[in-house]
Design a protein around this ligand. Structure first.
Ligand code: NAD
Length: 482
């Protein structure tokens, strides 16, 4: 049985309370190990260790910090297959996806911020003999909290900029998917990071995560997860004026205009809807289609989605794996029942799947398309975070924008049109932090990433993250006196 411990000061440490959670493979329903369910004592130990390590880490040359990040990226690449296998075991996603998306992105994140740390510069202003220069100092110890859908991908997206900027980190991976973070800890030691620069606390959010958010030693919280938990964290951080970056839920529209190019449209919409079983915060969950194209595109989507049979994530032909847990599968099936109760027509899918063989007890749900629901229905308003997508026709450009914006969320939107003017007009009016035109999930790591409204606060990516993890201080020098 695997036992996943905390990682504090480059040591693997048992939880003080000797409390453990089961690690379950969602593709088989089998328990394969245990993970520490830490508490405030473990959190305090990790924060103190990170605080002790921080001054020396900040004093180290950016070039040296960068070299360590590159060495860690090298080790991730050398160990990519082991990491991909663990990611699939924890999440149920197809191994092909772990291999081609999740793990390559981890080393890309590490390398990107290894470079950013050496290129990050600050401003100076000389005017009428007065010199202003701005220094950007690390914050100290920062807390990084990440979810289960892209476990190591999102964890590394936070840790890398935090340490590149000279902070030390206590990170809390999701208790549902702790294995790759634990493996990364071994690589952190092998890469030669000083003890205490990166620490990992495993366990449930309210028990292990809350004390990392509330401690006076924590100078900033970078959180990715649900809007509910993000809201709670914001309440905790506000009285202490603790810096906060929140990446939260979404209910993303995909808008197909009447002139959309057909060549790859249906393939692209299917991928945007069902990649990672719909468990990507950027997945399209409301497809809005120009009325004159509606029936044709709906029928093609239904045909394609109907052929996607969820199956064993280890088989190379599998495009749809398991959902991450039994609880989450039940929540998704509950949302499909809500859609039926609201009068929605299930066009395809809607049911649990029991693949033959070792995955018969896994948590699989068919890709599901639903129509005939009002935009104000629960199904169209609440995040489901699974392979469930609604289809809605629209009459004209303005109607599409109204439907797209009828949401508390504002993370991402996609827009499919050949009309450049229309694309710019619509992108300008859509309430989302990211708008893709004729593509989906194309990412340049330099760009700001994040949502508006209930989807987030602040932005990650590129220099935005480096700014988040530093405190600017302006120093004004007047050589000629006042
Ligand atoms: P979640 O909010 O339940 O948990 C996220 C993390 O927060 C986990 O590590 C969890 O243990 C921790 N946590 C929970 N309660 C806590 C508390 N009281 N104090 C401190 N930490 C706590 O989310 P989830 O179910 O793991 O992930 C799914 C959600 O994440 C979806 O809503 C999805 O949209 C969102 N998400 C957003 C983005 C984005 O970039 N906007 C990316 C991926 C996922």
């Amino acid at each position: 049985m695997t036992r996943i411990l905390n990682f504090i000061g480059n040591q693997f440490v048992e939880p003080t309370g000797n409390d453990w959670l089961a690690c379950v493979n969602p593709a088989t329903g089998e328990t394969f190990g245990q993970v520490a369910n830490s508490d405030h004592r473990d959190a305090a130990a990790a924060l103190e260790c990170a605080a002790a390590a921080q001054p020396a880490w900040q004093a180290m040359a950016a070039e040296q910090r960068s070299r360590l990040l590159h060495r860690l990226a090298d080790l991730v690449e050398t160990n990519a297959e082991e990491l991909a296998q663990l990611e699939t075991q924890d999440t149920g996603k197809p191994l092909s996806v772990s291999r081609s998306v999740d793990i390559p992105r981890v080393s890309a994140n590490l390398r990107f911020f290894a470079a950013a740390g050496t290129q990050f510069s600050s401003e100076s202003h000389l005017d009428a003999g007065l010199l202003n220069y701005t220094v950007r100092q690390p914050l100290g110890v920062v807390t990084c909290i990440s979810p289960w859908n892209l476990p190591l991908y999102l964890l590394s997206w936070k840790i890398a900029p935090a340490i590149a900027a000279g902070n030390t980190v206590v990170a809390k991976p999701s208790e549902v998917t702790p294995a790759t973070a634990d493996y990364l800890a071994r690589l952190i030691v092998e890469a030669g990071f000083p003890a205490g620069v990166i620490n990992l606390i495993q366990g449930q959010g309210d028990r292990a995560g809350a004390p990392l958010v509330n401690s006076p030693l924590c100078k900033a919280v970078s959180f990715t997860g649900s809007t509910r938990v993000g809201g709670w964290i914001a309440e905790q951080c506000a009285p202490a004026f603790r810096k906060l970056s929140l990446e939260m839920g979404g209910k993303n529209p995909a808008i197909v205009c009447a002139d959309a190019d057909s060549s790859t449209l249906v393939d692209d919409l299917i991928r945007a809807s069902f990649a990672n079983q719909g468990q990507i915060c950027l997945c399209a969950s409301r497809i809005l289609i120009a009325r004159e194209r509606y029936a044709d595109i709906r029928d093609q989507l239904v045909e394609r989605a109907g052929k996607m049979v969820p199956g064993d994530p280890l088989e190379s032909a599998t495009s749809q794996g398991a959902l991450v847990s039994e609880d989450h599968m039940n929540s998704v099936l509950g949302s499909i029942q809500t859609a039926r109760d609201e009068g929605g027509l299930i066009l395809c899918g809607g049911k649990r799947v029991r693949p033959p063989g070792r995955c018969a007890n896994g948590y699989f749900v068919q890709p599901t398309l639903i129509e005939d629901l009002a935009m104000q229905s629960n199904t169209n308003q609440n995040e489901i975070f699974g392979p469930v997508v609604t289809l809605t026709p629209f009459d004209d450009e303005q109607h599409a924008i109204e439907l797209a914006n009828q949401s508390q969320y504002g993370l991402a939107a996609t827009l499919w049109t050949r009309n450049l003017n229309q694309a710019h007009r619509m992108a300008d009016q859509i309430q989302a932090g990211i708008v893709w035109i004729n593509c989906w999930l194309r990412r340049d790591l330099r760009t700001p990433f994040g949502g508006m409204k209930a989807s987030g606060m602040g932005r990650e990516g590129g220099l935005e993250t480096m700014r988040f993890f530093t405190e600017p201080k302006n120093i004004c020098l007047s050589p000629y006196g006042c």
